[in-house]
Design a protein around this ligand. Sequence first.
Ligand code: AMP
Length: 190
Amino acid sequence: MTSLGVCLFCSASVKLPEPYFDLARRFGDRIAAEGWVLVYGGGGNGLMGAAARSAATRGGRVLGVMPQMLADREGIDLSLGEHQIVDTLAERKAQMAQAADIFVGLPGGIGTLDEVSEMITWNELGIHKKPMILLNEFGFWDPLLEFFRQGVVNGVLRAGFERHYGVADTLDTLFDQLRDHARGRTSSAG
Ligand code: AMP
């Protein structure tokens, strides 16, 4: 089994349709089944909590990175795997990025959008070469993908911008892509 740190960016909201929670739980289950490490924001609420609880319940390794100032608001659950407490949101993002080999975006709000955008930006700027994959179940990311497409057409984004992120339409496709990445890392390391 090839180890992989998969960083999940997703909603901390509790007011979401049940299929979104189901998707997050299935994501967590499958991370555990693969024997990979789930790196996430450390919150016990929303899709973050759902994915982490599922992964931990199935014996998966979970690493949560939480800024002290958000620990109460986001319902940190210290029983879920390992936690790192940091001072700022920027530090959280940097720690998560360092611990991960690859990033996945599930449905989320402004925090998720910030995190997803920054990881794509770091790829574009060559700060790292860690893929960012958007799981587009429910067509959740269609508006952002359209923004990217239009951005290339009208010139605010460079031609070839689509190289800097991936899209998976289903959970199965996502895990195919994650396994491909894990295999690629193994063969380049060996
Ligand atoms: P959200 O997608 O808005 O539910 O937020 C997901 C995670 O991102 C939560 O853990 C938030 O603490 C974090 N977050 C919220 N707003 C921001 C922001 N403006 N910049 C960075 N992270 C944020």
